[in-house]
Write a protein that binds this ligand. Structure first.
Ligand code: F6R
Length: 367
């Protein structure tokens, strides 16, 4: 049942190229230049009338929502708010019939997310669910559903469900951009082509886990570490940090790289591991200057970046892990993978129960 893998988590990490292909299948037209989402009831008129989007989810699904916000805002230019579901209802959210609410849930059964969905509907909002389970409560109650085709996810730590949610967000953003005319057709075609290259790029990364495994063994001896990044690198940092905590039990924090010096830099001391995500060209120099801040305090830094920046970064960090080149918007679909492997191997090195971490359940049906 684990298909030759030692744990479900590792099997599911390796199923991601297939999950990407399956989630894209039938949603890109034959020309390869347009996204089609025939399942959506949301009409072009409704799409043109949306004045705000709220993305609501918990945990890893929330982290997918952070990347989704970035994709929607940059491609569609509609303002997007993100909320963790357990907070949404209690902040008297401003939600009207012109708000599109997107709930994200692998299981489709998370109690807080379901309650948020109902709250949004009670204000007349159209609720679109991104879920991995067709017959789930959230899929049934939502006004629209985009199903991720990741296949069943057994390990408590979510991997392929998260990355499939990213694919769903990219598809949805491109579709909204087509309908609202916010991106040139050539731009859309270029992003689609880059998305179609992702599965193979993932395969090439999954074939070479050795460097990450060795680094995981190194950090498994630590009790605290930091993840830093800017923009979507920060969103991925948050997911990497959650994954590491939940299965390796190493305490970690994800920080927007520029925010460290506003207090947390006090915690950086000799030898503390810092994982820096530095994939975003537009802010690379800024991230490098933050890397220098921690490096000057003796941090042991590992950077995740594209091949072309490896040499430059090696001037300020101890180790670099290169990911294949894709469009800036799509990097989370690749850059999260070394972090998933890092948590997996760190958990393994610590002798933990990788697939069933302590205190956690796969589906959280209590509020
Ligand atoms: C972390 C993890 C959780 C879930 C969260 C939401 O690896 O799996 O943080 O993402 O409990 O679950 P769903 O997506 O089923 O609503």
């Amino acid at each position: 049942e684990k298909g030759g893998f030692e744990h479900f988590m590792l099997k599911e990490i390796h199923e991601q190229p297939k999950a990407y292909r399956d989630t894209m299948r039938g949603r890109i037209d034959e020309s390869g230049k347009k996204v089609v989402l025939p399942e959506l009831k949301l009409t072009p008129e409704q799409i043109k009338g949306i004045n705000k989007i709220q993305i609501i989810a918990c945990g890893t699904a929330y982290h997918a929502g952070l990347v989704g916000r970035n994709a929607i805002e940059s491609l569609v230019r509609i303002p997007v708010e993100t909320d963790v579901a357990s907070e949404y209802r209690y902040r008297s959210p401003i939600v009207t019939p012109d708000t599109l609410v997107i709930v994200v849930s692998q299981s489709g059964e998370t109690a807080d997310t379901l309650a948020a969905l109902r709250e949004a509907q009670s204000h007349g909002a159209h609720v679109l669910a991104i879920t991995n389970v067709v017959g789930s409560s959230i899929a049934r109650d939502a006004d629209d559903v985009i199903v991720t085709l990741a296949g069943p996810e057994i390990a408590v730590a979510s991997t392929k469900a998260y990355t499939s949610q990213l694919i769903a967000f990219y598809l949805l953003s491109l579709y909204l951009a087509e309908v609202r005319g916010t991106q040139a057709p050539e731009e859309i075609a270029q992003i689609i082509a880059a998305m179609q290259a992702l599965p193979e790029q993932l395969d090439s990364m999954l074939a070479k886990p050795e460097a990450i495994k060795a680094y995981a063994e190194q950090i498994s001896k630590h009790e605290h570490l930091f993840f830093i990044g800017r923009g979507i690198d920060y969103a991925v940092a948050q997911e990497g940090s959650l994954k590491l905590k939940e299965i390796s039990y190493i305490h970690s924090e994800a920080y927007a790289a520029g925010e460290l010096k506003h207090g947390t830099l006090a915690l950086i001391e000799e030898g503390i591991p810092v994982i820096a995500l530095a994939t975003q060209e537009a802010v690379l120099e800024k991230t490098v200057s933050n890397i220098k801040e921690v490096s000057a305090r003796g941090a042991d830094i590992m950077a995740i970046t594209h091949e072309e920046h490896v040499a430059g970064l090696l001037k300020s960090v101890n180790q670099v892990f290169a990911i294949p080149k894709t469009m800036p918007l799509l990097t989370p679909a690749l850059s999260v993978v070394p972090l998933q492997l890092l948590s997996y191997y760190a958990s393994l090195a610590r002798g933990n129960d990788v697939d069933k971490p302590r205190n956690l359940a796969k589906s959280v049906t209590v509020e």
